[in-house]
Design a protein. Structure first.
Length: 164
């Protein structure tokens, strides 16, 4: 694994907050989900929406996107022409870095892998508490490389956009 970030990946703050809320709600187990994008991130695509998925492993240390959830998202992508932009999961007790299992089981080399660490996130935090550690990775060919993550926008930006 490399800690040298490559080009920036942009993620809307509202989406990062939804991902963190899902991770906290799934605790003590890992959460998982998928990010639908306009195109692949490496081809200039942007993240459009986060789709919560069930963790079929129901585990504190492992995730498996539930088959039905994965098939539903893939069918949606076929209909919409959008792409699987990212794969998301949480680590309940460890850093937001891919484990050996995460690297070995990564099936989408063109996707951004977002990891959320709840290791330093106190149990009394609510789903609306400030963001925990979120990091982005490219996992391909049995190796993980960190991507610089830019979480952009805030509530004021979203309100301004809604008023326009």
């Amino acid at each position: 694994m490399s800690a040298d970030p490559e080009p920036r990946v942009r993620l809307p703050r509202a989406m990062a907050e939804a991902i963190a809320r899902h991770a906290r709600e799934a605790r003590p187990n890992e959460s998982c989900g998928l990010i639908v994008g306009s195109a692949l991130e490496g081809e200039g695509g942007v993240a459009l929406r986060y789709v919560r998925c069930r963790n079929a492993a129901t585990s504190r240390s492992r995730y498996v996107v539930h088959r039905d959830d994965l098939l539903a998202v893939l069918a949606e992508l076929d209909r919409s022409g959008e792409e699987l932009w990212g794969v998301v999961h949480s680590h309940v007790r460890s850093a937001a870095m891919p484990s050996a299992t995460d690297v070995g089981e990564a099936a989408w080399p063109s996707a951004v892998y977002l990891l959320v660490s709840l290791a330093d996130d106190r149990d009394d935090r609510t789903p609306e508490s400030p963001l925990p550690d979120v990091r982005a990775w490219r996992i391909a060919g049995g190796a993980a490389r960190e991507l610089a993550l830019d979480i952009h926008g805030d509530i004021r930006d979203e309100v301004r956009e809604a008023v326009r």
